[in-house]
Design a protein around this ligand. Structure first.
Ligand code: ATP
Length: 299
């Protein structure tokens, strides 16, 4: 288990992270979210032992983070940490030997992954000769070769086409099933919704929302009603508890304050012609993020 307990980080007088706590069990994917400058990279660097904490504790399986622990942590960043002049094989050997793997194991595992990701022909190519997406694939493969206990993925799908995103997704789920602890950071909320069991949202280093995704959605009382019908927008807008109506193609999205408004909207829609859809949906994580982060910026 990864435990982050009451962690605070100051850069000089500037507080980048304040009293951050969370736990992640084996086989869980945890979302660390925040706008630019919220304190995510600072948190990753403290977990990786690259940056000293000002206060608090971080442990992986009850051990404080030191070099024996960092060997079992993998990290995929947005900034490429590959050496451009090395070949893919040389890069893998360099990184994985530092993590304590034997050379022959490195090459045979690398071969397996290159084949899986359909890029075997790049094994002896220099990193600088690869496209951005293929560099991202290599970086991902190399970060998982040593089978880390904890894997930190920061915008892992950056620069990947949809086919490759699917390949990455499959591999991330396989790692989860193999009990890897995964921290997933992304500005793409649909990816967070897809993967994460629990999450934290940081704003200026403060935790503004934390918990299980299912609880967060349940506790966020606002809902969306999706409607296809010939509706009188003004009539719907005048219902108490209706916050907004937007139209996209033939579908209206009616945002409501809470469940109690559903009946009132339903009554009005049932009087309309050509009703082909009436669905009450939970808010998306994107809406929750925008709402929570917006409140904190204003507050
Ligand atoms: P992004 O999404 O843009 O990568 P982030 O959430 O990763 O942002 P951090 O890089 O952790 O944010 O930065 C958090 C805050 O700490 C920012 O205000 C940043 O300017 C500040 N900061 C980061 N590194 C340093 C440093 N070495 N010295 C001083 N301030 C720093």
């Amino acid at each position: 288990m990864l435990k982050v307990e009451h962690v605070t980080k100051y850069y000089g007088d500037f507080r980048a992270v304040h009293d951050l706590s969370f736990e992640i069990k084996e086989g869980e994917i945890f979302g660390l979210l925040g706008v630019n400058g919220a304190g995510k990279t600072t948190t990753f660097r403290m977990i990786l032992g690259l940056l000293d904490k000002t206060e608090g504790n971080i442990t992986l399986n009850d051990k404080p983070i030191d070099y024996t622990v960092t060997d079992s942590i993998g990290f995929l960043t947005e900034e490429r940490s590959l050496i451009p002049t090395k070949t893919v094989l040389e890069q893998a050997v360099y990184y994985c030997s530092l993590k304590g793997m034997k050379a022959e194991d490195i090459e045979s595992k690398l071969d397996k992954y290159l084949e899986e990701f359909k890029i075997s022909e790049y094994k002896n190519k220099k990193i600088k000769e690869l496209s951005k997406g293929n560099q991202q694939k290599i970086q991902f493969i190399i970060s998982i070769l040593p089978e880390p206990k904890l894997l930190i993925l920061d915008e892992p799908f950056s620069g990947l086409d949809p086919i490759n995103v699917e390949m990455f997704k499959k591999e991330i789920l396989r790692l989860k099933n193999n009990k890897t602890i995964i921290i997933f950071s992304s500005h793409m909320m649909e990816h967070i919704e897809y993967f994460c069991d629990s999450l934290v949202i940081l704003v200026h280093g403060e935790t503004v929302l934390k918990g299980k995704l299912t609880d967060i959605k349940r506790n966020f009382r606002k809902k969306n009603i999706k409607v296809e019908a010939d509706i009188d927008i003004n009539k719907i807008k005048s219902i108490k508890g209706v916050e907004s109506i937007t139209k996209n193609k033939n579908e209206y999205t009616i945002k409501i304050e809470d469940d109690s408004v559903v009946d009132k909207v339903f009554k009005e829609i049932s009087k309309c012609k050509n009703v082909s859809k009436f669905v009450v949906e939970e808010p998306t994580l994107n809406e929750i993020f925008v709402s929570k982060v917006g409140e904190s910026y204003e507050g």
